[in-house]
Design a protein around this ligand. Structure first.
Ligand SMILES: Cc1cc2nc3c(=O)[nH]c(=O)nc-3n(C[C@H](O)[C@H](O)[C@H](O)COP(=O)(O)O)c2cc1C
Length: 214
């Protein structure tokens, strides 16, 4: 079969390396180092992560969400609990996220179990969002069908007028999730596709580190 396009984009990766003697024993330390580097580099949308969830029957779906917090415990993001991802997480709490930072030739993959963030953390984040984004969260039944763009904008304007200068309370269906990692994989592009891959798996109460073939 002939390809639709001549797919000839072939890049040599040569920006960095993952040295065994510089690897920490705990992956969150390396995650923070890489994240901090990405935040201070020319990486676009460094906090954007591909989130994969799946139904109980194993049918996967992915989308981008923004990392909004990282503690030793986990990775936080915020969304609508009644969205497609929210329903899948309710059925099956196991998920995976991937960061790809092309300017650094780096990928990080994190897998684990998802919990909801506490109401206090969720409220703190919700209250920090711009007023119009909070109104958008109130009126958007994320992932449901809507008749038109006009319908959405009218809902938004009506809600804005209704609330005027009143306080905006977070709706119950909007909130945060915390991905508690049990696997991290760090990927650094290297010449000739001999890329560096280092995996950390949490088993029997501790992290186990291994180098993987590219
Ligand atoms: C750069 C970028 C950032 C996004 N950040 C979020 C986010 O933090 N939370 C969110 O719910 N959706 C976010 N979205 C939208 C999601 O990708 C997705 O369209 C939405 O969450 C509905 O997904 P679902 O139907 O699978 O639940 C973002 C999209 C992009 C492209």
């Amino acid at each position: 079969m002939r390809p639709v396009l001549p797919l000839k984009n072939r890049k040599e990766y040569k920006t960095g390396a993952l040295d065994d003697d510089k690897l920490p024993w705990i992956p969150s330390v390396l995650f923070e180092q890489w994240l901090s580097h990405a935040l201070h580099s020319k990486v676009e949308e460094p906090l954007a992560m591909h989130l994969a969830t799946s139904t109980l029957k194993g049918k996967p779906s992915t989308r981008i969400v923004l990392l909004r917090g990282f503690t030793g415990k986990g990775l936080a993001f915020y969304t609508n609990y009644e969205s497609r991802k929210g329903k899948e997480i309710a059925e099956n709490p196991y998920a995976s996220v991937t960061f790809f930072w092309p300017a650094l030739e780096r990928q990080i993959r994190v897998e684990g179990k998802i919990l909801k963030t506490t109401p206090e953390d969720t409220d703190r984040y919700f209250d920090s969002r711009p007023r119009d984004s909070r109104i958008a969260a109130l009126i958007s039944k994320q992932s449901n069908k809507i008749p038109s763009r006009t319908y959405l904008e009218k809902l938004f304007q009506d809600k804005k007028e209704e609330l005027s200068k009143r306080e905006i309370k977070r709706p119950d269906y909007w909130g945060g999730y915390l991905l508690i990692p049990d696997l991290y994989e760090f990927w650094q592009g290297r010449p000739h596709r001999l890329n560096d891959r280092v995996q950390y798996i949490f088993e029997n109460g501790k992290w186990h580190k291994a180098r993987l073939a590219p």
